[in-house]
Design a protein around this ligand. Structure first.
Ligand code: ADP
Ligand code: MG
Length: 598
């Protein structure tokens, strides 16, 4: 209990840092139990992992906030934000950019040490399932880290005592009281989230891929900020022909632009907000917090942004509908490379997205390979089709839609090539969308793109290029290479280290939180272990199924399940999508397939 904790810390005062190990265990501190999960080995190691465990009665969370899984996700997200803001003395804005917990800044006295000792995990703009707060039937846990103080390598026991028995309870007090029984902000957060999910899951039934409400603020403060642009932002306003209304479970109605199924092309002058619109759609796979500006920008949750990414590795992907007859003679039905070009990487990204069950693709000209997207008449005359390995996207987007049902939203401000194939053409004009479909179709009818006669005679053999794709079977054992001595581990948002290999995720834009990357590292670890044994015992599995199993596991058993049987709390994890788990595996250079690459 409290006295025992006081006593231990008094005794430890002045001793060698290793003595802190004695702290492991659980202490009853009145309102909550403090559990010390893991103690850092020295002052510069990552801070110690701890949690505060409450009985649900103490917190008085209303049933509206905990009745089902969705509500518990929202409530946990809310409490994580409250805790983070209290631990930072209110110094952080609610939507500060997610970053990994600071490391190695502890010890050696110094002012502010006490104030900084309790490290809360950050939260970004998205409402997501996080390991920071666990809400169960019998308990609520807040997880965090504490930098245990030292002078040199000597324990500062009295300061540690103040941190754990005064500072921490004060933070918890500030974060969790007044009692949440009737905290309007909590209930508003829960209603927002449940409404957002309701809207998102209603999209498909309404024949839409995405929705943006009138009044939404799409632009961000700067290229590296997730926060809304405030001063000069032009609020979104739907064109009348696309305007639609949703009635949501809380009774709220929202009106705005529905982006229909099919092929939508976004045009408009440079700097008129095309890319901003597309990024908003791409982030709309996740619900956003109040005040973000994109609260009612929601896209089907399986949508994937597809871009070119030259230099990435590709393992056994069938990109033949776009690329065949490479000068190297490589078989593009099982395309493998350690260094993809702009166009081959974009083709691989596209097919991997489809393999990951994406029903919507989001493509921006700014991040696309031009030769992947279009090929004009003059070039066809200079370089005949049989010398050109690439069939451009403009010639494939229709069959893609018709054979697979996959929709595409595409930004193309530099070419009218897509007018013919577009179901809908939206023009951005000073940040306001207009429906210009009719005009664009009239122009297309007037001056057809390309010479209809020679419309790829060459590719007639694959009139159904998107049918019957064979899923790739991954040798899961290849995710646990023998060179690996430590578990797979995330470095920030954009990198995962697996043995000697590093997976580069900087082009995977819909990975939005370092905690998701950490969770994917755990997932890779799990998949690698179940597939371990190299050789005959190795387990092989369709990549999509493997990723789905991970996501289903998190759904059924919570995000802690990614940490396996560990007694320690798992640190900073945020639920990833199936699509980003697959994206990470796909970028792992030593990936081995059990089928495909002959
Ligand atoms: P495009 O892709 O059409 O060239 P961008 O989407 O890149 O244009 O936007 C150009 C600039 O305009 C960016 O700095 C962006 O932040 C800003 N912007 C985009 N939409 C809005 C808006 N609704 N209100 C104010 N500024 C915006
Ligand atoms: Mg742009």
């Amino acid at each position: 209990d409290l006295q025992a904790l006081h006593r231990t810390l008094q005794e430890l005062d002045g001793q060698g840092y290793g003595g802190y190990k004695r702290l492991r265990g659980t202490y009853d501190l009145g309102d909550f139990r403090l559990r010390v999960d893991r103690v850092q080995v020295d002052p510069y190691a990552p801070p110690s992992r701890m949690r505060a465990v409450f009985s649900p009665g103490t917190l008085g969370l209303p049933s509206e906030a905990t009745a089902d899984r969705e509500r518990r996700v929202a409530t946990a997200d809310y409490l994580a934000r409250r805790f983070h803001s209290a631990a930072s003395n209110g110094h952080t804005s609610p939507g500060s950019a997610p970053a990994p917990a600071p490391r190695g800044r502890w010890g050696n006295g110094g002012s502010g040490e006490e104030a900084r000792a309790v490290v809360a995990y950050p939260c970004g703009q998205e409402i997501l399932e996080r390991s920071t707060v666990l809400i169960d039937d019998d308990r609520v846990e807040i997880r965090f880290e504490v930098g245990l103080p030292a002078a040199g390598r000597r324990i500062k026991g009295r300061l540690a005592d103040r941190i754990l028995t005064q500072r921490l309870p004060a933070i918890l007090d500030q974060a969790l009281t007044p009692e949440h029984r009737d905290d309007p902000a909590l209930l508003e957060h829960v209603r927002l989230y449940t409404d957002q999910l309701a809207l998102q899951s209603a999209l498909t039934g309404r024949g839409l891929v995405a929705f943006i409400d009138d009044g939404a603020i799409l632009p961000r403060r700067s290229g590296d900020s997730p926060l809304p642009l405030t001063d000069s932002a032009v609020a979104f306003r739907s064109p009348p022909s696309l305007r639609t209304t949703f009635e949501l479970p809380s009774g709220r109605t929202v009106t705005g632009m529905g982006v229909p199924d099919g092929i939508t092309v976004v045009v408009g002058g440079g700097y008129h907000g095309k890319s901003t619109l597309l990024s908003a759609l791409s982030s709309g796979v996740y619900p956003h917090i109040a005040g973000d500006g994109r609260e009612w920008v929601l896209t089907r949750d399986d949508a994937v942004a597809v871009r070119s990414e030259d230099g990435r590795a590709v393992t056994g992907v069938d990109i033949s509908p776009f690329i065949s007859g490479l000068p190297t003679g490589a078989d593009t039905r099982h395309f493998t490379t350690t260094n993809a070009s702009g166009s081959t990487s974009q083709a691989a990204n596209l097919f991997e997205a489809i393999e990951a069950s994406a029903s919507v693709l989001l493509i921006d000209e700014d991040t696309s390979a031009t030769n992947f997207m279009i090929r004009d008449d003059r070039m066809k005359r200079l370089v005949p089709d049989h010398k050109e390995p690439i069939t451009p996207f403009v010639e494939r987007v229709r069959p893609l839609r018709e054979h697979t049902g996959v929709s595409t939203v595409l930004v193309a401000g530099g070419s009218g090539a897509f007018f013919d194939v577009a179901d809908l053409v939206i023009a951005m004009d000073s940040y306001r969308p207009q429906d210009v479909t009719r005009k664009a179709h009239a122009i297309a009818a007037d001056s057809p793109w390309g010479d209809e006669a020679d419309a790829s005679d060459l590719h007639l053999q694959d009139v159904a290029p998107f049918r019957a794709r064979t899923p790739r079977i991954v040798a899961l054992g290849s995710l646990a290479p023998s060179s690996k001595t430590k578990p797979a581990r995330a470095r920030g948002r954009t990198e995962i280290q697996v043995g000697k290999e590093s997976i580069d995720l900087s082009a995977v834009n819909q990975l939005v939180d370092a905690g998701q990357t950490a969770a994917i590292a755990r997932a890779i670890e799990q998949l690698g272990n179940t597939g371990a044994g190299n050789g005959s015992t190795a387990r092989n599995m369709a990549l999509e199924r493997a990723a789905q199993e991970i996501v289903n596991g998190v759904r059924a058993h919570g995000i802690d399940s990614l940490a396996g049987a560990s007694e320690e709390h798992p640190g900073y994890l945020v639920a990833p999508r199936q699509q980003e788990i697959q994206a990470a595996v796909n970028r792992y250079r030593p990936l081995k397939l059990a089928n495909g690459s002959r």
